[in-house]
Every structure is written in structure tokens, then in C-alpha cells.
Write a protein that binds this ligand. Structure first.
Ligand code: FES
Length: 130
């Protein structure tokens, strides 16, 4: 069995979208999960790393941005589920406050390629670790 390759790619983000991401924005995308279900993801830049998560709150399974279209709180330092207010640390997706405290967002891997970003299953990220 081979390791990572082009078949491991869940979604692609074109290089034209990277400028928004560099400026503190985020991009949502759709992909098929390990059970072949259509699901949503979100990618953003955080302290020099690309981070991506399944955009599904562990509390009730809705996207973090279901109502406001925003995934961060007013301080832009915490991921916020706008349904019941769960807050998640951007760096590891752990819920630090709210009805799913202690749970985590499902992390995805990100690798930068000439064409932009490739979203891959967790553990396949080529983003340099600190
Ligand atoms: S659905 Fe996210 S906190 Fe309830």
C-alpha cells in the first residue's frame, strides 16, 4: 500500500483564493468523508500554518457558520459555532467552552502545492510543524 498521493486529496483550493486566506479569511469546501458522505470543511491560516477541519460542530452536527457566515468570534482568536456558542481553539479544534466542551472538530491535513492547497486526510499534512 502506498502512502500519500493524488488520490488522497479530498478537496482543492485554487491559488487565487490564497490571498484571502493570507489576510485572515477562511475558505469553506465540500468533500466526501470516509463513509462517502458529502460533508463540509473549512481551511484558514493560523500562526503561519494552514489548518483545516471538518466544518461540523460535534454538538449537533451543523456547520460552525450556519447562521452568521462567520467561523470566528468577535476577537478573531477563537472558532465559534454560531448555533449554541461552542468555542474551539484554532490550533487543535478542541472545544474549550460550550455544550460540547472537551470534544474536538475533526482535523484534516493541508498541503501546499503549485496550484494552491490540497486538503487531505489528517496525518498527511505537509505543513511544517513548529
Ligand atoms: S451545534 Fe454547535 S454548539 Fe450546538
Amino acid at each position: 500500500m502506498s502512502g500519500e498521493g493524488r488520490d488522497d486529496v479530498l478537496a482543492r483550493i485554487g491559488r487565487d483564493r490564497l490571498e484571502d486566506l493570507q489576510a485572515g479569511g477562511w475558505v469553506t469546501f465540500s468533500y466526501r468523508d470516509e463513509f462517502d458522505r458529502q460533508t463540509k470543511g473549512v481551511v484558514f491560516r493560523w500562526e503561519g500554518d494552514w489548518l483545516a477541519y471538518r466544518n461540523v460542530c460535534p454538538h449537533h452536527g451543523v456547520p460552525l457558520d450556519a447562521h452568521t457566515g462567520d467561523i470566528f468570534d468577535d476577537t478573531d482568536s477563537v472558532l465559534l459555532c454560531d448555533t449554541h456558542g461552542a468555542r474551539f481553539r484554532p490550533e487543535d479544534g478542541r472545544c474549550t467552552m460550550g455544550p460540547c466542551e472537551g470534544d474536538r472538530l475533526k482535523k484534516l491535513g493541508v498541503r501546499e502545492v503549485d496550484e494552491g492547497l490540497e486538503i487531505v486526510r489528517a496525518g498527511l499534512s505537509l505543513t511544517p510543524r513548529k
